[in-house]
Design a protein around this ligand. Structure first.
Ligand code: C2O
Ligand code: CU
Ligand code: CU
Length: 492
């Protein structure tokens, strides 16, 4: 197995520097954890991998109802009192094509408000499209309608609630599902899997556990790590087969550092980004919200899909307090390759190189400062004393923080002044990663979630070529978003 190159490290979000974050100051408490047996120690594979029901557009249209409700669902092999869309965790997978129209009736059967966001889709943020300012009250419903542009990038996307203050809790309790935008010309594979990774914690009664103020501050990481709602399921293939895995990190705060040793992996792209030819990789870092589109060339044997520890930094003023949950190491699934050799499908043809914004004229340069600091209560003033802000301000729906002229390209420098990583997410308009902590990106790297490491910075360029209206950017550690690390953008 070849060592990971600097270029891979960049592509994957900077694996090369994972160890540096904790060293900042003795005051800062490290979130890095030793190995911990999440989801139970792996004593052998569980049941075969299942997937949620799939709904596919026909003649350019998909119409469905999502019922958000509390109820008993199966999570990790046991019955759990959770939230779900249409009774399954994850909710149904939606398969679309560029140019399609998607209609979703969201029915709120919860006892609190909710709404819906289509994460990563390049669609209008206005009216009944991807409008996160919509509020659907308990017992009410709302008809969303989205039109994908004809040139919408193919890839793996997802949907989840976006009601400010309730996002982390509702996702942690089971409200999320996949959206796949297919390519005009299919990539030949023997099978395709949608793999949604989530985590949650159940209490002794089997209900979603309450979280502490400390967990909300660090970003909650659940004790139960799930793949399509299952605990280390079994995936099977035959030697020589090529599979396509769409991996979605739907965890509220957990970083996934994925490996599948013994198998050959080729990355097709991350988020809406695509490389011209599949890129060999050994390891993948997915911050919360990121997706990977991966080819797996199956080799005989049994491999474990695992996530390795990731140091996402620490919190101010936690010296001597108890350790918080961390992105530890865990087994996610067993991949068993056996039997007669399968028939390898045809070659993967090169795709057109994505547009590079580096030569583009930049209409505005901005700096967004992501900060955590002592709030009104003061540093020693208890857990309620932490403020999460962007450019010194906490989220307010009424205020527009960033006004952009439609039709322009902007360059944003994302500055993280805190000792903890923050995965920065912008709705509607994808970002091209230009520089990560002083290192220039080689190829065109498109992301809708860019991890800004502790005490570090990243530069992105964004083409605001189409869609006007108000939307948001925020930290995708959703506890941080709920506590104010979010801003409003308006393109006009
Ligand atoms: Cu997946 Cu505004 O987020
Ligand atoms: Cu989003
Ligand atoms: Cu954050």
């Amino acid at each position: 197995m070849r060592p990971i190159s600097r270029r891979d490290a960049l592509l994957l979000g900077g694996l090369g520097t994972v160890a540096t974050a904790a060293g900042a100051a003795g005051l800062w408490w490290s979130l890095a954890s030793p190995r911990q047996p999440l989801g139970g120690a792996l004593t052998g594979p569980g049941p075969n991998l299942l997937g949620p029901p799939e709904l596919r557009s026909e003649n350019g249209r998909l119409q469905l109802t999502l019922d958000a409700a509390r109820g008993q669902v199966e999570l990790g092999g046991r019955s759990a009192g959770a939230l779900s869309y249409n009774g399954t965790v994850p909710g149904p997978t939606l398969r679309l094509r560029p140019g399609d129209e998607l209609g979703i009736r969201l029915v709120n059967g919860l006892d609190e408000p909710t709404n819906l966001h289509v994460h990563g889709l390049h669609v209008s943020p206005q009216a009944s499209s991807d409008n996160v300012f919509v509020e659907v009250m308990p017992g009410e419903s709302f008809d969303y309608s989205y039109r994908l542009p004809a040139d919408h990038p193919p890839g793996a996307y997802w949907y989840h609630p976006h009601h400010h203050g309730l996002v982390a809790g509702q996702i942690f309790a089971g409200l999320f599902g996949a959206i796949i935008v297919e390519e005009p010309e299919a990539i030949p594979v023997n099978s395709e899997r949608v793999l949604i990774v989530s985590d949650t914690t159940l209490d002794s009664a089997g209900n979603i556990a309450a979280v502490t103020p400390m967990e909300r501050m660090a970003g909650r990481e659940g004790e139960l790590l799930l793949l399509n709602g299952q605990s280390h399921p079994l995936l099977t293939a035959r030697p020589g087969e090529r599979e396509r895995w769409r991996i979605i990190n739907a965890c509220v705060a957990r970083y996934l550092r994925l490996r599948l040793d013994g198998q050959q992996l080729q990355l097709l792209g991350m988020d809406s980004g695509r490389s011209a030819t599949p890129e060999p990789v050994d390891e993948l870092l997915l911050a919360p919200g990121n997706r990977a589109d991966l080819l797996v060339i199956a080799a005989a044997g049994e491999s474990v899909l695992q996530t390795l520890p990731y140091n996402r930094g620490g919190m101010p003023g936690m010296m001597g307090r108890r350790r918080t949950p961390a992105s530890g190491s865990a087994a996610l699934a067993v991949f068993r390759v056996e039997g007669e050799s399968g028939t390898p499908p045809g070659a993967v043809t090169a795709r057109p190189a994505p547009e590079d914004l580096r030569p583009a004229a930049v209409a505005a340069r901005r700096q967004l400062i992501l900060a955590m600091g002592a709030g009104p209560g003061g540093m020693g003033g208890g857990m309620g004393g932490m403020r999460f802000s962007i450019n010194g301000r906490e989220y307010s729906e009424a205020r527009t923080d960033t006004i952009v002229s439609a039709g322009t390209v902007e360059e944003w420098t994302l500055v993280n002044t805190s000792p903890m990583d923050h995965p920065f997410h912008l709705h509607v308009w994808p970002m091209q990663l230009i520089e990560d902590n002083g290192q220039g990106a080689g190829a065109v790297v498109m992301r809708d979630v860019v991890n800004v490491r502790a005490n570090s910075r990243a530069t992105v360029r964004i083409a605001f070529r189409d869609f006007r209206g108000r939307s948001v950017y925020h930290c995708h550690i959703l506890d941080h978003e709920d506590q104010g690390m979010m801003g409003v953008i308006e393109v006009r």
